[in-house]
Design a protein around this ligand. Structure first.
Ligand code: NAD
Length: 261
């Protein structure tokens, strides 16, 4: 994979999967714009990406705010002259609560980041790619974009929505040379999974960690670097015929959701 001369914009780049993707893009020659609402983590990612061999800069932005999304797009254009790869990845998990007990404000907050944030990214980046004559978008969905998950109604609804946005944008912009795909990670070793592990799970006495790990055939969480590898492949010219798809990277979790029986 070669991203020399390419510009990659990554939201949620201050940590976890987004950080791993920024470093991987930089290692493969891209100029990287790290976007996040968390400044210290975002600056640190930009530093790590530069160390990995690429150019990188951080833009502080909240993906739920249209003006701030326009701001990171304009920064990318002013600094590097284009956007070839867009990893639309920022997300939050919300709280673990059964649907009937789920807090309305929390529902709105999760949908605002995970679904509206992804929409706003598409809304502002796609016109740039149309003018350029092409590009690649990878949206971060989840196994929760393809199946239910107890206690996570807002997260699941938002990630199913990301799959819908992905399919729709892919069908609308294929002839403009723009590919749009979704990655669907299972539990991945980042701050997000640790936050869920600290909560008590509805509907069972085992810890969240035990329940996740018992359902993953490979017996471990994915690493952020493993997710980043899939993102880079989908963003690269090697994936020129791949668009509109949802790519599971879950250690086999959805292959057999029921362990026995
Ligand atoms: P993470 O918490 O380390 O990273 C999420 C990043 O998004 C953080 O840096 C956070 O500051 C940023 N962010 C949150 N809200 C934002 C906003 N409004 N504006 C700008 N930035 C914002 O967790 P992660 O696991 O790296 O998550 C990355 C993506 O992967 C998310 O979309 C998440 O839903 C998805 N995902 C994670 C897992 C997992 O198990 N970790 C599994 C499936 C999907």
């Amino acid at each position: 994979m070669d991203f020399k001369g390419k510009v990659a914009v990554v939201t949620g780049g201050a940590g976890g999967i987004g950080r791993a993707a920024c470093v991987a893009f930089a290692r493969h020659g891209a100029r990287v714009v790290v976007v996040d609402r968390e400044a210290p983590g975002g600056e640190e990612t930009a530093r790590l990406a530069r160390e990995a061999g690429g150019e990188a800069r951080f833009v502080r932005a909240d993906v739920t705010k249209s003006a701030e999304v326009r701001g990171y797009v304009e920064t990318a254009l002013d600094a590097y002259g284009g956007i070839h790869c867009f990893f639309n990845n920022a997300g939050i998990e919300g709280k673990l609560r059964p649907t009937a007990e789920y807090d309305e404000e929390m529902f709105d907050a999760v949908v605002a980041v995970n679904l509206k944030g992804v929409f706003l990214g598409l809304r502002h980046v796609l016109p740039v790619m149309v003018r350029q004559g092409g590009g690649s978008v990878v949206n971060t969905a989840s196994t929760a974009g393809l199946a239910g998950s107890q206690g996570l109604c807002a997260y699941v609804a938002s990630k199913h929505g990301v799959v819908g946005l992905t399919r729709t944008a892919a069908s609308e912009y294929g002839r403009a040379g723009i590919r749009v795909n979704a990655v669907c990670p299972g539990p991945t070793d980042t701050r997000m999974i640790r936050s869920l592990e600290e909560q008590s799970a509805p509907g069972g006495s085992n810890s969240v960690r035990e329940r996740y790990l018992s359902g993953i055939p490979v017996g471990r969480y994915a690493t952020p670097e493993e997710i980043a590898s899939l993102v880079l492949f989908l963003s690269s010219d090697l994936a020129g015929s791949i668009t509109g798809g949802q790519y599971l990277i879950d250690g086999g979790r959805l292959a057999s959701p029921v362990a026995l029986g």
